[in-house]
Design a protein around this ligand. Structure first.
Ligand code: DX5
Ligand code: ZN
Length: 217
């Protein structure tokens, strides 16, 4: 069964707590937390303080996506009782193995993400060490972009590698996910589906979460 991780990047920030609670109550498996620094990506979103405020609310666990340079400097800031995954970008980490170990040593599941122009092959030596691989299906930086179909082949490759090497990492997709393309991505072997604008842009947010969950079942 696929899991849904609504991205609060597309939420109404003035009603963030309420919206995070309502998607969680409707069945969201994670709250996807998109952190952008204006350097690794051409946009600034929010930092750990915003995420920590959500700790006071009844939400699903956090799936933190760090689209930032030098992520090692900030890992500790994003650890809360609700943080399940912290994912960094392969393109932002010179010493990726060390960064992954740093996250795991904090007792948090570690993920690595690749941009649309980055091949799966760069992850060859880290597959054994990661808990999650996030395939970007848009260029990171903004919500509401169009799905780049090349992501599907990457997910297939990862799914195959996972079987061949008997590994346990989960595969996540992020960017341009809609009710229309979810099934094709699921067939490729994806486990966690990030959806921003297609959840928070819906007229009835809770119904949209439920519609996704039916498709992912
Ligand atoms: C893009 C972010 C995504 C984004 C997805 O840089 O990492 O998580 O919020 O938004 P949609 O689903 O609108 O493409
Ligand atoms: Zn994201």
């Amino acid at each position: 069964m696929g899991k849904l991780a609504p991205s609060i990047l597309s939420a109404d920030f003035a009603a963030l707590g309420d919206q995070a609670e309502s998607v969680s109550a409707a069945g969201a498996d994670y709250i996807h937390v998109d952190v952008m620094d204006g350097h690794f990506v051409p946009n600034i979103s929010f930092g750990a303080a915003v995420m920590k405020s959500l700790n006071k609310r009844e939400t699903a666990p956090y799936d933190v996506h760090l689209m930032i340079e030098s992520p090692d400097r900030y890992i500790a800031d994003f650890i809360t009782e609700k943080t399940e995954f912290i994912t960094v970008h392969q393109e932002a980490c010179i010493h990726l193995h060390r960064t992954i170990q740093n996250i795991k040593n904090c007792g948090i599941k570690a993920g690595v993400s690749i941009n649309p122009a980055t091949p799966v092959s760069v992850l060859d030596c880290i597959l054994e060490d990661v808990d999650l691989i996030l395939v970007m299906s848009v260029n990171p930086g903004f919500g509401g972009q169009k799905f780049i179909p090349g992501a599907i082949e990457k997910i297939r490759q990862l799914h195959r590698l996972r079987q061949e090497r008997d590994l346990a990492f989960v595969i996540e997709v992020d960017g341009g996910i809609t009710l229309d393309n979810t099934d094709a991505v699921k067939q490729a072997g994806c486990d966690i589906f990030v959806a921003g604008s297609s959840v928070f842009g819906a007229e009835d947010i809770e119904k949209r979460v439920k519609d996704f969950k039916v498709l992912l079942d």
